[in-house]
Design a protein around this ligand. Sequence first.
Ligand code: PMP
Length: 442
Amino acid sequence: MSADAAAPNDLESNWLPYTPNRQFKREPRMIARAKGVHYYKPDGAEVLDATAGLWCCNAGHCREDIVKAIQDQAAELDFAPTFQFGHPKAFELASRIASLAPGDLDHVLFCNSGSEADESALKIALAYHRIKGDGGRTRLIGRERGYHGVNFGGTAVGGMVANRKWFGNLVAGVDHLPHTYNRAEQAFTIGQPEWGAHLADDLQRLIDLHDASTIAAVIIEPMSGSTGVLPPPKGYLQKIREICTKHGILLIFDEVITGYGRLGYAFAAERFGVTPDIITFAKGITSGTVPMGGAIVSKQIYDTFQTGPDHAIDLFHGYTYSGHPLAAAAGLATLDIYRKEGLFEKARALEPYFADALMSLKDHKLIADIRVIGLAGAVDLVPVEGVPGKRGFDTMCHAFHHENMMVRVSGDCIAFSPPLIIEKAQIDEIFGRFRKVLDHIA
Ligand code: PMP
């Protein structure tokens, strides 16, 4: 299409992911600028960002130090091959990330997104067992209501039916643990529910069914985010860890959402006191500015790969843009902000206020449940009968168009995850505006 042909309708060619595109073209939700905790529409209207973009802009938008770091890096070193070569900032960033990670997780393999991070972790797990002479361990175990990105492996271990059903068999040899949400037992819980640790026993059932010698890894989000903020029941992650350790199965925590402060700690693993063998991350590492993800692996996993001949490649996996200089520079500047401004501690301190503000919506007739932990919260809306997802979608649209607020919708669930620089008055503003949206929708 020529530039002229495209001009009459700029909305024509961009196929937005995870979006009803016909509806969008009729009623576009366009963003032109951002600063701090706000987006701005093309007409200049200020939009309160209650979702840190897509759970990623934890330091707030367009932070000057990050912008400058990216600009300086682009002028100094735009790209460096990452196969067989390195550049200093990627090494510096890997060390900084390792120092934030729990236990002996001390090596980072970089990539460019959460999906790639999860794919990398799953492949590392398979190769790890094979190098150890345990190549029969090929089965991967995920969880219902889990989200691990959209590549083949991540979609297969993920547990959202809408993401899976279009794409056939994906990857063979995958099982799922049950999710841990039970409204009857857990409704309106703040933080971790008391009920549900026993669901970890299902892992033992899968081991009894398939034999541990066939299982490579279990991958779970310590707090499921995309399916509506499901904090782990008390004791659940500990049990999963114990069973994995007993049977030589690697445990992968997908911390793409929970990493870098969302739950008040660098990683949720620290908050819950459970150390996995691999942590995947993305989003918050650069506060969303430049795409970056990665897998942090334990010393033992890394060392297992370092046993072949000196000249031989130790892992046949990686991306052209692994540890990209712009992303590495953005990551370092972002970690500086998190540290200097104490944003993880700030999130921890704000958590009770955020939880109370969200729970104040409890009495609304459209609300079926509320869950909250750290600076992440979600409300389940009473669905429109026979039309799943409509209530959630209408709510998100109304919030944007009429209350100038960005919230995240997933089915009939609305999630809130503001930038960690949010202030108490802005939290009040978020839930004040949201109540107005609910009143309108009702
Ligand atoms: N894992 C989790 C837990 C996520 O929430 C997401 C994205 N929301 C991903 C993986 C995939 O990340 P990306 O969209 O960057 O590929």
